[in-house]
Design a protein around this ligand. Structure first.
Ligand code: GLU
Length: 297
C-alpha cells in the first residue's frame, strides 16, 4: 500500500446560516481526506462579510460540528481577527506593483462584461472610495491537477481579469483571505465543493505573487436539490440538527463510502472513527454536482 504524507486539511465555512447537507459533505470529505492518513483537520470561520452573517451563526455551526462528532485540531480561527495579516499581504502586493487602487463601480464595468479593462474607467479619481485589485497580466494561464476532477486550466486574465482583493467598503475579498490563511495554517490539502473550482486559479496566482506554497486541491461534488439548485446556508435549506448520525450516514453514502455508511455505530464519533478506517479515496464520486437525498434537500 502506498502511504501518503500526513496532510493538514481544513473546513472553512462562511457563517451565513446553519450547516446544511452540502456543507456537511465538504466538512466530512475534508475530514476523511486529512484524518484517514493520520493528518490534521482545522476549522476556520470565514466571517469577513458581517451584513451576510446572521448573529450567532458561527456558534451554531460550531455546535453542529460538535454534535456531528467533528473536533478540529488546534484553535478555531475567525477571519475577522486576521485583518492585519490581510493588510500586510496587500501592502506587499502594492509594493511589488502587483495591486492597484480602483474606483470603478459595478456599472462602470458593465460594458466590459464585468471584467476590469486595462486601465480604470474612472481613472485615478480623487476622493472616491477605492477597492484594491490584483493586476492579472495577459497570458496568466494557471494549470493544476485536481485530485478528483483531473487536469484544470484557466486563463485568469480572460476568465476574470484584474480581481478585487479588498472592496471599496473595506471588506477583504475571499480570494485574498483564503490564500493568506491556508498558508498561515499550514494547509497542505484543500478539499471543498466544486462550486469553488473556478476560484482555485485565482488563488494559485495569488500564492505565486505572495511566494506562498500551493496546497493540493480536491473538489467534491456539490449537493443540489432535485431541481439542480445548489443547497445554500443563506437560503435556509434544511439544517442537519434532527439526527446527526443519519445525516453522517447519508453524507458518507453521497461520498461513495458505502461500507462506511453502513458501519455499526451508536454515536457520530463512533461512526466517524469507523469511516476513517474504511475510507476509500478512489470511491469519491467525480461528478461536479449530485442530488442530495430527499430528506436533506
Ligand atoms: N467560506 C467558503 C464557503 O463557506 C468556503 C471557502 C473554501 O473552502 O475555500 O463556501
Amino acid at each position: 500500500m502506498i502511504r501518503r504524507m500526513a496532510s493538514i486539511g481544513r473546513f472553512a465555512p462562511s457563517p451565513t446560516g446553519p450547516l446544511h447537507f452540502g456543507s456537511l459533505v465538504a466538512a466530512l470529505g475534508s475530514w476523511l481526506c486529512a484524518c484517514a492518513d493520520g493528518g490534521m483537520w482545522r476549522v476556520r470561520i470565514e466571517d469577513l462579510d458581517p451584513p451576510r452573517e446572521p448573529a450567532g451563526s458561527d456558534r451554531r455551526i460550531l455546535e453542529q460540528l460538535a454534535a456531528l462528532g467533528f473536533a478540529g485540531d488546534g484553535e478555531t480561527i475567525h477571519q475577522s481577527t486576521r485583518q492585519q495579516a490581510y493588510a500586510e499581504a496587500l501592502a506587499r502586493l502594492v509594493a511589488d506593483g502587483a495591486a492597484y487602487p480602483c474606483a470603478c463601480s459595478r456599472s462602470d464595468l458593465e460594458p466590459f462584461a464585468g471584467t476590469h479593462p486595462e486601465t480604470c474607467v474612472r481613472g485615478h479619481a480623487q476622493g472616491l472610495p477605492t477597492a484594491w485589485r490584483l493586476r492579472v497580466p495577459h497570458g496568466s494561464v494557471i494549470v493544476f491537477d485536481d485530485a478528483l476532477q483531473g487536469p484544470q486550466q484557466q486563463d485568469v486574465a480572460v476568465a476574470v481579469g484584474d480581481f478585487v482583493l479588498r472592496r471599496a467598503d473595506g471588506i477583504w475579498a475571499y480570494q485574498l483571505a483564503v490564500v493568506v490563511d491556508d498558508a498561515w495554517q499550514g494547509i497542505t490539502e484543500v478539499v471543498r465543493g466544486s462550486d469553488l473550482l473556478d476560484s482555485t486559479p485565482r488563488q494559485i496566482l495569488l500564492q505565486r505573487a505572495l511566494d506562498l506554497p500551493t496546497p493540493r486541491y480536491l473538489h467534491l461534488p456539490v449537493a443540489t436539490d432535485a431541481a439542480g439548485r445548489k443547497l445554500s446556508k443563506s437560503s435556509a435549506d434544511r439544517p442537519l440538527d434532527a439526527n446527526p448520525l443519519e445525516s453522517l450516514r447519508a453524507a458518507l453514502a453521497f461520498l461513495g463510502q458505502t461500507e462506511a455508511a453502513r458501519a455499526a455505530a451508536a454515536t457520530p464519533t463512533a461512526l466517524l472513527a469507523a469511516a476513517r478506517e474504511r475510507f476509500r479515496r478512489e470511491s469519491l464520486p467525480r461528478a461536479a454536482a449530485r442530488v442530495a437525498p430527499r430528506d436533506f434537500a
